[in-house]
Design a protein around this ligand. Sequence first.
Ligand code: CO
Length: 133
Amino acid sequence: MDLTELDHVGIAVRDLDAVVGWYKRMFGAEVVHRERIESDGVDEALIKVAGSYIQLLQPYTDSSPLAKHLDKRGEGLHHVGYRVESCAAVLESVKAKGAQVVDEHPRTGSRGTTVAFLHPKGAFGTLIELVEE
Ligand code: CO
């Protein structure tokens, strides 16, 4: 099995601070990490849940792919991040088995992780992120 943990669920939102406030009010949740991910055009807030995260994502520019996603689909679940030991090895493995990928090569994600995305079209509607810590 190449997936070792559920790393995070990525949730697309329009107002990051409002959503962070809602999670705090509803669940007492605290943000453990915030980051502007320039390669994706998004601002991120991470809430830790045991060994996994809720990744709240708001686009800060209209050219962000996430801005287009919000226009088309609205707010809500955007992707699932699975932890792997080697992003490069798993990416090569799924490509060899015919998976449709968004990233041909691993790239840097938030928290200094190494990530790559599989396209939802080839994965039964789920955008899948491979995350190597
Ligand atoms: Co993610």
